[in-house]
Design a protein around this ligand. Structure first.
Ligand code: ZN
Length: 327
């Protein structure tokens, strides 16, 4: 995904990197005294546990924030997970095994994407929970991580995938008026460093095209995307590239649940997987906090993830789906 902010941040980060490469010391407070050479940095203390004040599932519509946190930890344990890698195959297996344990029915679409690095094998995973009437509520995440050195994407790739897995555990046991489908996209990230169409959103473009051919696309009543939703100081702005009425519904739901400090009214403009569907006339909304200081850096690690934030986002998704089921 991308915004002007993100581009600016990437530029600042690039400048910092240039300074470091030029031999300047970083401002890291853990560095030793200036008198001698720095042999090794002090070991970082990583928080690897869910937050103690994570609301219980009974308080968040059945969504278990601690279990979602464990799903982030599992993904991070695999290491960097770019499209076409050995490690992303482990994530695919993990997602499918968890879906199977939850008695979810899932389709796998394996395809080859044409990228600047040549053909890359990718897989979309789509959970299908039947409804009583025609109409689909589509929830989505991407599970690939950007190909960068030492980048494990706890928040960017990990957090939203964990939210969707936990939603699947909850929703696969339920049947509503409309079908609920949950998409796990491969290939959201640009293969090149810069985000420039069409080098991004490979998985979501593939699924939107496939659903257009099958005739399912016009049945999608709402497309709700989550991406980067796990930070401790989560602030999700209203995306101007999302559908206004759907954004209003989701933000009103969040406000009613007492989460207006997380789902804030400030505007932003996001380029992300939802655009593959909005370009085809589907009503979409993107739930994302792209203003994290560790975006696309090796600092996107498990210690940045709050199980409480995962629970808040999960709760808002659960209640928004309930709202959409009544319409
Ligand atoms: Zn990313």
């Amino acid at each position: 995904m991308n915004t002007m902010h993100a581009r600016r941040y990437a530029a600042i980060f690039g400048l910092c990197l240039a300074i470091v490469l030029a031999g300047c010391k970083s401002g890291d407070a853990t560095q030793g005294p200036a008198a001698g050479p720095v042999v090794s940095a002090a070991p970082k203390v990583l928080v690897q546990m869910p937050d103690e004040d994570t609301p219980a599932p009974e308080k968040t519509g059945g969504f278990d924030g601690k279990r979602a946190f464990a799903d982030v930890a599992k993904q991070v344990d695999f290491g960097p997970r770019p499209s076409g890698s050995q490690t992303i195959a482990q994530v695919q297996d993990y997602i499918l095994s968890q879906l199977s344990s939850a008695s979810c029915t899932a389709d796998v679409d394996a395809f080859n994407a044409e990228t600047p690095a040549g053909q890359v094998a990718m897989k979309n995973i789509l959970v299908k929970i039947p409804g009583e009437r025609p109409g689909i509520i589509l929830l989505a995440t991407h599970y690939d991580t950007k190909k960068l050195d030492n980048f494990v994407g706890a928040d960017d790739g990990g957090s939203s995938t964990a939210v969707m897995l936990e939603l699947a555990r909850l929703l696969c046991a339920q049947h509503g008026r409309y079908a609920v489908w949950i998409a796990f996209f491969d290939g959201e990230e640009a293969v090149n460093r810069e985000w420039k169409d069409p080098d991004n959103r490979y998985g979501s473009r593939q699924m939107a095209a496939t659903l257009a051919i099958s005739g399912d696309l016009p049945k999608i009543r709402a497309f709700l995307l989550a991406d980067i939703v796990g930070s401790r100081e989560l602030r999700i702005k209203r995306d101007s590239n999302s559908d206004k009425a759907l954004t209003d519904l989701m933000w009103a739901t969040a406000k009613n649940l007492g989460y207006s400090g997380v789902f804030v009214n400030d505007p932003t403009a996001i380029e992300d997987d939802h655009q593959s569907f909005s370009a085809r006339g589907v009503r979409t909304v993107d739930v994302i906090d792209l203003e994290i200081p560790y975006w696309h850096t090796p600092q996107d690690t498990l210690d940045k993830i709050s199980s409480k934030s995962l629970a808040v986002v999960g709760h808002v998704f659960v209640e928004t789906v309930k709202q959409l089921q009544t319409k």
